[in-house]
Design a protein. Structure first.
Length: 292
């Protein structure tokens, strides 16, 4: 049985496998499947049971399976559906009303590295050396903004791209800049890549010989859609964590607990910092009305 997920508390994530526990989440043999642990952590923090989670590029359906495992509702879309509960459509035009989603996750193609389908609308047919890739992703991000409820969160998982003999493409930075036009940055996580190619000695030898680097991590960008009315009223009082038993969950991750200056020794830092105007959705006082 694959290791059970735990709540992660630093901005560096690493996972032993694509799937957790003894259930299936997505398909570990699907090229480009997202690690299910990522979805588990995001949904624990930024959603609550029955929330509607959307994945506009659902691939093998990892988001849908984790969302349902956690009692969230989920809808997945893709140009090339791999199973009957994924609807065929272009992520630039989702069949959803405005502001219906409580959370959106997206793991788009990173340039032309993988062949997903023959559909000419596939973003994986667009080379990130060219503007077309970013123009397409800008439309996808605008569509996410349209369907997401104000005050709620989205996350985008992506890698930069490098191909021998061609200029480096900082896809992460470029997509982050596009998202910042619409969303507030909440945090940036680096996720270790467990790509099988990274185990090949000859890939590493070639990287040294050619004086370039292999992609060792993906970015996980977490963004919040502003809520004009609520944000004008200012931040609420400090909320308590809603994650079940967070103390035991975090113990597995980081035995060398950091101390915050001014805190009593032994007290852990749980939950994100409380910057003004920032309200992590998963940390709500129980019994209160959920954020719109
Ligand atoms: C990296 S995969 C997603 C992996 C998925 N999260 C999983 O765990 O299996 C990217 C997906 O984007 C889809 N895709 C590419 N362009 C698209 C578009 N314009 N609209 C919808 N889906 C698209 C591809 O068909 C592919 O399934």
């Amino acid at each position: 049985m694959a290791q059970k997920p735990t709540i992660l508390t630093t901005t560096l994530w690493d996972f032993p496998s694509q799937q957790y526990g003894d259930e299936q989440q997505g398909d570990k043999n699907y090229k480009g499947a997202t690690p299910a642990y990522i979805l588990w952590n995001l949904l624990q923090r930024y959603t609550k049971p029955k929330d509607l989670v959307i994945d506009p590029m659902a691939g093998s359906g990892t988001t849908l399976d984790v969302a349902r495992d956690l009692g969230r509702r989920a809808l997945g879309y893709d140009l090339q559906p791999t199973r009957p509960d994924i609807f065929r459509c272009d992520a630039r035009k989702l069949p959803l009303q405005d502001e219906k989603a409580s959370f959106v996750f997206i793991d788009p193609p990173y340039s032309t590295h993988l062949e997903y389908s023959d559909d000419p609308r596939c973003v994986g047919k667009l080379d990130a050396q060219n503007r077309d890739y970013y123009e397409a992703m800008e439309l996808v991000i605008a569509e996410i903004d349209r369907i997401l409820r104000p005050g709620r969160y989205m996350a985008l998982y992506v890698s930069d791209s490098f191909q021998k003999g061609r200029p480096f493409c900082p896809i992460g930075f470029d997509l982050f800049e596009i998202m910042r036009k619409r969303f507030e940055p909440v945090d940036i996580i680096a996720v270790t890549r467990r790509n099988k190619n990274l185990e090949k000695g000859n890939w590493h030898a070639a990287a040294v010989e050619g004086n370039y680097f292999l992609r060792g991590f993906n970015y996980l960008f977490i963004m919040r859609k502003p809520d004009a009315a609520r944000d004008r009223r200012g931040p609420k009082e400090v909320a308590e964590p809603r994650i079940p038993n967070p103390e035991s969950a975090i113990r597995h991750q980081n035995p060398r607990t950091e101390e915050r200056p001014g805190r009593p020794a032994g007290q852990r830092n749980i939950g994100p910092g409380r910057a003004p105007g920032r309200r992590p959705g998963g940390f709500k006082p129980s019994g209160r009305k959920p954020e719109r």
